[in-house]
Design a protein around this ligand. Structure first.
Ligand code: ZN
Length: 297
């Protein structure tokens, strides 16, 4: 570019504001929260999820990170600035004021996305458990609510028997079965698709109020599973807020699955807006074929 026109362009940009920035203003604002997790790979998976959401062209994505351990008194994200919050956090309680602002954010229509070990967090925070529907570990038991799953006929079961919440067998590749093909998140997915190696969370339990199961996976006892069809993609209504929850996504490799990526992107759009415009990509897995996009560093 000629030097004079470069200077002119820079001046224009300074005077008029960057066209890229004004475009960004039209995007949905998403916030990933992280900072503590029993999964040491969390800094990488947060970056991966940030990229997956940014790549759609729909979102700008910030990340808010707590201190490495303990209650972080300085962790005070402005949730209300965002259309959707994605949690990749499983650690110490948030400060009371942050908990309150999070509750009022979702109550008032903020979107929430819960991924894998985020449903292990805050076992004794009742409002959080209402939001996520089901959770595991963190002291969860029959007092947390029923086990919720589908039986062999595809009927929803709410099992109140005593026992701990949260378990998984050995990691393996497994089939995800769409149970509601009309919901915006799952619409257009193959009825069954193969998911890259992951932990298949089973025996999750919680209030399960206003919860809708969109897809399940069979936790095969041969690999140590519950023998139940466990919720893998589901939604929860909390106040005016929409919650999308997937217990998938243990490893960075699990999150390379195009099924996971697409589910995250569409689920996050739905949590933010109530609609899904993002298509099912051509490389989406099938019942027989895995599909993985190696993470860029
Ligand atoms: Zn895990």
């Amino acid at each position: 570019m000629h030097r004079a026109s470069l200077i002119a362009l820079v001046l224009c940009t300074l005077l008029l504001g960057s066209p890229l920035e004004s475009f960004a203003a039209d995007k949905l604002k998403a916030l990933i929260v992280d900072g503590q997790n029993n999964h040491g790979v969390w800094p990488k998976t947060s970056k991966m999820m940030q990229r997956y959401l940014t790549e759609t062209g729909l979102f700008t994505v910030d990340i808010a990170t707590t201190a490495k351990q303990g209650v972080d008194p300085n962790f005070k994200p402005e949730f209300a600035k965002y259309a959707v919050v994605v949690t990749n956090y499983n650690g110490a309680p948030w400060p009371t004021d942050t908990q309150k602002s999070f509750i009022s954010y979702v109550q008032n229509g903020g979107g929430l996305v819960v991924v894998h070990a985020a449903d292990n967090a805050f076992g004794d925070w009742p409002e959080y458990n209402q939001m996520i529907g089901l959770g595991g570990w963190g002291g969860r038991n029959e007092k947390s609510g029923p086990y919720v799953f589908l039986d062999a006929d595809g009927k929803e079961v709410r099992d109140t028997r005593p026992g701990p919440g949260g378990h998984h067998g050995a990691q393996h590749e497994f089939s995800v079965v769409v149970r509601d093909a009309e919901h915006p998140i799952t619409k257009g997915m193959p009825r069954e698709w193969l998911h890259v190696k992951d932990e298949l969370y089973d025996f999750l339990r919680g209030p399960g109020d206003k919860m809708q199961i969109l897809a399940t996976a069979y936790a095969d006892p041969k690999v140590g599973g519950s023998g139940r069809h466990e919720p893998m993609i589901f939604t929860v209504a909390y106040g005016k807020g929409r919650v999308f929850h997937t217990p998938m996504g243990h490893g960075d490799y699990s999150q390379e699955c195009v099924g996971f990526i697409t589910t995250l992107q569409r689920g996050t759009e739905w949590a933010a807006t109530g609609k899904v415009t993002l298509p099912i990509p051509a490389d989406f897995p099938t019942a027989e074929k895995l599909s993985q996009r190696p993470a860029k560093e």
